[in-house]
Design a protein around this ligand. Structure first.
Ligand SMILES: CC(C)(COP(=O)(O)OP(=O)(O)OC[C@H]1O[C@@H](n2cnc3c(N)ncnc32)[C@H](O)[C@@H]1OP(=O)(O)O)[C@@H](O)C(=O)NCCC(=O)NCCS
Length: 137
């Protein structure tokens, strides 16, 4: 698996990654915002993060793996690669929000040592709760 990284405010997202994002999340977020980084694994997975300015924190915004390539460790390898880069660039604390019903994603984070620290009630537009996870180095 080859992983590449895209940095820079306004950078465009490849079509295949936007198609995957649209399938999994129902919308696309478009070009990278300030402090955002996108990791791309071949043409089958992506992870979008934001380094939070003036802090030692970063937030996972979205991760998705093509359905035909799941459960073979792609997301895990991508998460490890992202975490290493972020740690090496001053982000000692990582966090994310995930739908309470998204058990596969929560299992993924737990398998990597992330801890569930909180629940935000009715966080999503449809009323679903968000589980908050963190990883501190
Ligand atoms: C969540 C997601 C990224 C996992 O990707 P993946 O490449 O299949 O995950 P991996 O193969 O790296 O799995 C690593 C570990 O996570 C856990 N895991 C992953 N998918 C799981 C599932 N469906 N059920 C239970 N555990 C799961 C397991 O512990 C797994 O280790 P194992 O296979 O040795 O048991 C993928 O299912 C996906 O793209 N989902 C849709 C998008 C999404 O929900 N993103 C997260 C919210 S931003």
């Amino acid at each position: 698996m080859t992983v590449i990284q895209i940095l820079g405010s306004g950078s465009l997202i490849p079509d295949w990654a936007e198609a995957l994002e649209s399938r999994e999340f129902g919308s696309v977020w478009g070009p990278l915002g300030e402090f955002e980084i996108l990791w791309l694994a071949d043409k089958l997975a992506f992870a979008r993060w934001r380094m939070i300015p003036n802090s030692a924190e970063a937030e996972l915004l979205h991760i998705a793996v093509d359905t035909a390539h799941r459960r073979v460790g792609v997301a895990k390898r991508l998460m490890v690669e992202c975490s290493k880069y972020l740690a090496a660039n001053g982000c000692a604390s990582l966090h994310l929000e995930v739908r309470a019903s998204n058990i596969p994603a929560q299992k993924l984070y737990e398998s990597l040592g992330w801890r569930r620290i909180n629940v935000r009630k009715a966080y999503y537009g449809d009323g679903e709760d968000a589980a908050i996870f963190c990883l501190s180095g």
